[in-house]
Design a protein around this ligand. Structure first.
Ligand code: HAM
Length: 435
């Protein structure tokens, strides 16, 4: 038997309904914040990620899915969405669009060769947003507020919002040098990974996953203490904006994030829910003022975030927010030959009017058809055979009240509509107030 690849999974229909809900809410929130959707390819030239996410980042060092195409070019399945969007902004000259800044959002699969565990897959999905073309701290506030609003709209509580600043390029470079020197004198007290990071990517030592209580890390110099005047001014305004919105957050001096392109604000939101396992970060983001320029575009400041959709679903696991009973309006119970007695046409006409109808494809007995209708939670049984066809009538039985009536074929739609409205249609008929 051929099995799915390690770190990937199938989203079966029941689970897919939950995905549709989180995607629906995502689009609604994006809409009220006036973000427009962008869709970029699943694979890109490998160089894009080397030059953006960074050669020294864990993602590029050991997690990308790279392959040579038949023209001997090196391609990479996208491990994240920001670099492809930066590429698309440059290639399609979105930076020159009169409407600035560009407010973009995306949703789709990403690929990282990581050790699979709860909340960490090799194919996972991100919902992300980017504001491209403004250096104002107001847009940092706008994206953080967008992320928090989405969580609230989903009913996700028990989260901690952490923010920090890495400063502008000069502050970050100065600080990195200070940190490198500090760590070099304490190298023996670091875990094996951090010993390597000390020279290659010292910032990452601060969010070492092996030992957060290591005094070397706790007492390390913090980026926030090395901000230039203008970087401090920027960060102070971000904080002011978040406070003006009454948002709960904390400043975490050790928050640095794992991608090389960040400058100034970085932030993460962690869920406190027991269902998360060790992967509690549901969203990560920050400013990347130099990425577009480094990819040969014009000097264009930007900021954004990405949610992990699987982690959102984990955070919602113990709540009933996504619970719903799947149901249909009607199940057509065929007594005779549906090919010749007009039954197929009746079903189709109802569907064209927005009624959710299903019927038997397995030549089931009458009893088994009723059973299948119940499995699908059908509100009405439409019972129809050659005799009914001759009389131009159909028998309708209401599964809720048990009442059965014989109704003219051309009046079935009105009948169903009237009864659904009377009991509050759960959506899907397309005609009542509830839809
Ligand atoms: P990231 O922190 O690498 O940032 O990923 C963002 C989120 O994606 C994480 O917080 C997590 O929820 C989810 N995630 C990452 N890797 C996995 C995985 N292997 N399995 C399941 N979920 C995962 C970025 O990707 C940046 N592009 C975010 C950003 C946008 N920064 C600015 N704009």
């Amino acid at each position: 038997m051929i099995r799915r690849i390690k770190g990937t999974y199938d989203i079966l229909p029941e689970e897919a309904e939950k995905w549709q809900k989180i995607e629906d809410v995502m689009r609604k929130v994006a809409n009220i914040f006036n973000f427009k959707e962008i869709r970029t390819p699943i694979f890109e030239a490998s160089e894009l990620f080397h030059r953006s996410v960074g050669e020294s980042s864990d993602i590029v060092k050991k997690e990308t899915y790279d392959f040579q195409d038949r023209g001997n070019r090196s391609n990479t399945l996208r491990p994240e969405g920001t670099a492809p969007i930066a590429r698309a902004v440059i290639e399609n000259k979105l930076y020159a669009d009169p409407s600035q800044p560009q407010k973009l959002y995306y949703f789709g699969p990403m690929f990282r060769y990581e050790r699979p565990q709860k909340g960490r897959q090799r194919q996972f999905h991100q919902f992300g947003a980017e504001i491209i073309g403004s250096a104002s701290p107001l847009v940092d506030v706008e994206v953080i507020n967008f992320a928090i609003t989405y969580l609230k709209a989903l009913g996700i509580k028990d989260v901690v919002v952490k923010v920090n600043s890495l400063g502008d390029k000069e502050s970050k470079d100065n600080y990195t040098q200070v940190l490198k020197e500090y760590l070099s004198s304490k190298i023996d007290h670091l875990c094996q990974d951090c010993q390597r990071r000390q020279s290659e990517n010292p910032l990452r030592v601060l969010d070492c996953k092996v030992d957060q209580m290591n005094p070397v890390i706790i007492n390390a110099p913090k980026p926030i203490d090395y901000l230039s005047g203008s970087a401090r001014y920027h960060f102070d305004h971000v904080i002011q904006g978040l406070e003006a919105l009454d948002l709960d957050f904390e400043i975490d001096g050790n928050l640095v994030r794992g991608l090389d392109y960040y400058t100034h604000t970085v932030f993460e939101i962690q869920s406190q829910s027991d269902s998360m396992g060790s992967q509690s970060t549901i969203v990560g983001g920050g400013r990347y003022n130099h990425l577009i320029e480094e990819l040969d575009g014009p000097d264009t400041p930007a900021v954004g975030f990405a949610f992990g959709a699987e982690r959102l679903l984990l955070a919602l696991e113990n709540s009933n927010v996504l619970e719903s009973k799947s149901e249909i309006h009607a199940y057509f119970i065929s007594l005779d030959n549906i090919f010749t007695n007009g039954g197929l046409k009746i079903i189709n006409d109802l569907r064209m009017s927005g009624v959710l109808v299903d019927y038997d494809f397995l030549n089931r007995s009458l009893k088994a058809q009723f059973k299948q209708a119940d499995r699908l939670n059908a509100r009405f049984y439409l019972i129809y055979g050659d005799k009914e066809a001759k009389a131009g009538m159909i028998n309708i039985k209401d599964a809720q009240s048990g009442e059965q009536e014989s109704v003219k074929i051309e009046e079935i739609y009105q009948y169903i509509l009237k009864h659904l409205q009377g009991n509050g249609c759960s959506g899907g008929c397309g005609s009542c107030d509830g839809c």
